[in-house]
Ligand binder design. Structure first.
Ligand code: COA
Length: 182
């Protein structure tokens, strides 16, 4: 990482953490900032979605430069993408998943691996803390069109239906069970 890039800490969101300076660079990303400013901490406290932030200090009240929010979900998969072992597992229309409901990195911090760090953290979180205790197979995200390549680079696939491929926010998934066997 370049020397002029501040070191950021990844921790759960705390009351008073500041999102007001977060700059995401496009009108279409405004809801990502609004969620962080208005809802993220309360959703975290009330177990609606858990938020983890990249901040410039481990103390509460730090400036937020990036974040990811995770919640329970399910993913509907097409034949060819469903789990096939055992065979009867492929009978289901939907499979258990954790969903990345929001993920963003401040414009000034992009291109330094922080987005990947949030994804790696999310994957490890599900594999280490959820999968040993509760059936959960996939990590999913409603991607923005311009972020598809970012997720693909890190192993995600598009849900393979025509409707999904043409959607504004197509769903993508990664099979964590296959990852754990590699
Ligand atoms: C998408 C986003 C999170 C990427 O964050 P980032 O910190 O710049 O990403 P990283 O530096 O960790 O990049 C990891 C890899 O993905 C690649 N990558 C990142 N964004 C990319 C993009 N838009 N298109 C293609 N590749 C991309 C990087 O080149 C890097 O590849 P490398 O390992 O071969 O060098 C960030 O651009 C962002 O916040 N965008 C706005 C909000 C958004 O789109 N959120 C996701 C939708 S829910």
């Amino acid at each position: 990482m370049a020397e002029d890039v501040p070191k950021l800490f990844l921790r759960e969101i705390q009351l008073g953490d500041k999102a007001n300076k977060l700059s995401l660079g496009s009108e279409s990303f405004v809801p990502l900032k609004t969620f962080l400013e208005k809802d993220a901490w309360q959703f975290h406290e009330e177990n609606i979605a858990k938020t983890f932030v990249l901040v410039d200090s481990i103390e509460a009240g730090a400036r937020i430069y990036g974040y990811v929010s995770l919640t329970c979900s399910a993913v509907e998969l097409e034949d060819g993408q469903k789990p096939t072992n055992p065979v009867r597992a492929s009978n289901y229309p939907a499979y258990p998943a954790v969903k990345i409901v929001r993920l963003a990195i401040d414009k000034s911090m992009r291109g330094h691996g922080y987005g990947k760090q949030l994804l790696d953290f999310s994957i490890a979180n599900v594999m280490d803390k959820i999968m040993p205790n509760v059936g959960c197979r996939f990590l999913i995200v409603d991607s923005k069109q311009e972020s598809i390549k970012f997720y693909e680079k890190l192993g995600f696939n598009l849900v393979n239906s025509e409707e999904n491929r043409e959607a504004d926010n197509p769903m993508m998934f990664i099979d964590l069970h296959l990852l754990s066997n590699n």
